[in-house]
Design a protein around this ligand. Structure first.
Ligand code: FA5
Length: 340
């Protein structure tokens, strides 16, 4: 009786294994045969009703059926896995002779792109482009800019000092003194480059970029500075840009101003980026302090000058409506794609 049941269970399981088309079905058969209430498990339990002299023979047969079914399941599993793999390989085939699909077009990052645009505008206005060192001496960064050691205005720029006399330049204004020492007036120069301060939030970065402008001539005035800046800003941002001039303080210019433009995120309504003011500070400027001219060997009775220092990262943010300065340095391709 038990032997008949065993044979019919084996035949049924073998038939199911042949018909199985997926791993799910294989696992179901495995459960039906070997599981807790599987057919082989309950037949093994029936051994206690078998006469003692028959038990070795029946036990051996149960083991034989178990081994045969395990092997059949294993074989079928291998077959199914192989079929699945073949299907995958077939669908993922790479034809290396196929011509390449469209190339990804690169573009300039917003910061070098802004540097190029501003330099082009200023060169058209008669400026020449100069460069200065990023690792600078305390003298050119501060002292020659009328900011002596221990002067409180140094606190306005949280500077990275390398030692008492060497630092990472905190402003491109350092280039002003270097140029005034070697150039004979009149001259008009701009200097774009990296600057460094211990500053970090949505509009401040520890490494940022400035473009310094300096004009030295006999009769320059605040009116010249304001009209020059208006021309530059309108060429950069368009004729309808809202520009605001505010009185300010820099030890190297007297009088000094700061210039703001409408916020790229809220367009003047007020938001967290512009701290509710609707405007973003873009640059500092002013009439060069006669003391600075004298320290660099320029006759302040004959010559006057004006200077300005654009924040280029902010310029790029405003031009491209970027809501956080950090996006400029993350190297996220999705962001860069939008800047093309
Ligand atoms: C200066 O650095 C002056 N040297 C500018 C100047 C030049 C004044 C010539 C007069 C004559 P200020 O610290 O405000 O000024 O910085 C100028 C601009 O740099 C700011 O308006 C802002 O746009 C940008 N800037 C300053 N700090 C950061 C920063 N941490 N991250 C990004 N941009 C900054």
């Amino acid at each position: 009786m038990l032997l008949d049941e065993l044979k019919s269970a084996q035949a049924q399981a073998e038939q199911d294994i042949v018909a199985a088309q997926s791993m799910k079905e294989i696992n179901e058969i495995r459960g039906k045969v070997f599981g807790k209430s599987g057919i082989l498990t309950s037949l093994s339990r029936g051994m206690r009703d078998v006469a003692p002299e028959e038990r070795p023979k029946v036990g051996a047969l149960i083991n034989e059926v178990r081994t045969a079914l395990e092997a059949a399941l294993e074989d079928k599993q291998t077959q199914l896995e192989q079929a699945e793999l073949n299907l995958k390989l077939e669908s993922e085939q790479i034809d290396i002779t196929e011509p390449a699909q469209g190339k990804c077009k690169g573009a300039l990052h917003p910061i070098p792109s802004v540097i190029d645009r501003l330099c082009d505008i200023c060169v058209e206005l008669g400026f020449s482009v100069v460069e200065g060192p990023e690792v600078e001496s305390d003298y050119y960064n501060f002292e020659a800019m009328n900011i002596p050691k221990n002067h409180p205005s140094r606190d306005m720029q949280d500077t990275f000092f390398i030692n008492d006399n060497i630092l990472l330049r905190s402003q491109t204004s350092a280039v002003q003194a270097r140029e005034m020492e070697v150039k004979k007036p009149p001259f008009k120069i701009i200097c774009p480059g990296k600057t460094y301060r211990n500053d970090s939030d949505s509009t401040h970065s520890p490494v940022f970029h400035q473009l310094e402008g300096l004009v030295i001539d006999e009769n320059v005035s605040m009116a010249d500075l304001k009209s020059m800046l208006t021309i530059i800003m309108k060429r950069l941002y368009g004729d309808d840009t809202v520009i605001r001039f505010r009185p300010s303080f820099f030890p190297f210019t007297e009088p000094s101003i700061e210039v703001d433009v409408s916020c790229p995120t809220c367009h003047g309504k007020g938001c967290s980026l512009c701290k509710g003011t609707g405007m973003l500070e873009l640059l500092g400027a002013g009439i060069v302090n006669p003391k600075v001219l004298e320290m660099s060997g320029i006759d302040s009775k004959k010559y006057r000058g004006f200077a300005f220092g654009f924040g280029l990262d902010r310029t790029a943010m405003i031009l491209n409506s970027i809501g956080n300065i950090k996006y400029l340095y993350k190297n996220d391709k999705r962001f860069l794609e939008q800047m093309k």
